[in-house]
Design a protein around this ligand. Structure first.
Ligand SMILES: [Zn+2]
Length: 239
């Protein structure tokens, strides 16, 4: 379905997803899961793309015991929603990495895979189901927008999904991802970049170039060249 039509006096996109009725995923169980450790419950949502040929190939992989990978959900390009692991259980989607100083992201998160090769935009039906699903998971587990992250955020250098074409700003406008700072460029000296990134959650130990690449994937995916004010602006403290 096409995006909302602009009508005078009404916003183009509401702050709440258009579909808030409960989603009914197609249950396609994966054997690749375990118990969340240390009694943890979901406090993060990690977004991925599959980088596979199509959704069926991704489903096969995510449910194959030989591969030892899974996710809670997969969303096809046409908006089909599959569930492979119960939200209460620990799916194997995040791997090594860290966010805000915390590791074992699998025990703390719900993983959502999007059928996308990384080389093309995310279709509207897929995004609309993602937005509804995020809204509902966030309500179920009291997860704030700031705790919706990309795989590349917690595994800088090792992972680059959901990639250059993922519409983070659209999610931010809908309160489904943490809003970038609006304080404008130039507020923070360049030597503060790693400290600002660290404070924003990027605590995995990586070199400066890898850190910059990860932050750009989230905030200005087509940014090039050396570190500049536009890289600092989205991270600048909101005070
Ligand atoms: Zn991933």
């Amino acid at each position: 379905m096409a995006t909302a039509t602009l009508v005078a006096g009404t916003p183009a996109r509401s702050a709440v997803p258009s579909t808030t009725e409960p989603l009914t995923p197609v249950w396609h169980p994966s054997p690749n899961f375990g118990e969340r450790r240390d009694g943890l419950t979901p406090s993060l949502i990690v977004l991925h793309y599959t980088a596979m040929k199509d959704a069926q190939a991704a489903l096969d992989r995510l449910c194959d015991p030989a591969h030892e990978v899974s996710a809670h959900f997969l969303i096809g390009m046409d908006g089909t929603l599959w569930q492979m692991v119960r939200e209460e259980d620990r799916a194997w989607h995040a791997g090594a990495g860290e966010w805000h100083g915390q590791s074992d992201i699998n025990s703390r998160s719900i993983g959502i895979e999007l059928d996308n090769s990384g080389a093309h935009p995310f279709p509207e039906p897929q995004l609309e189901v993602l937005e509804s699903l995020l809204h509902q998971i966030m309500n179920r587990w009291s997860i704030p927008p700031e705790h919706v992250i990309g795989h590349s955020d917690m595994a800088p250098g090792r992972k680059s999904d959901p990639g250059l074409r993922f519409p983070w700003q659209r999610l931010e406008h809908m309160n489904l991802a943490g809003k970038r700072s609006q304080s404008g460029p130039g507020n923070a000296p360049a030597d503060n970049f790693s400290a600002l990134a660290h404070a924003a959650g990027y605590t995995a130990e990586v070199d400066d170039d890898t850190l910059l690449a990860a932050v750009r994937l989230r905030y200005r995916p087509w940014g090039k060249g050396p570190l500049g004010p536009d890289d600092l602006a989205p991270l600048a403290r909101k005070t």
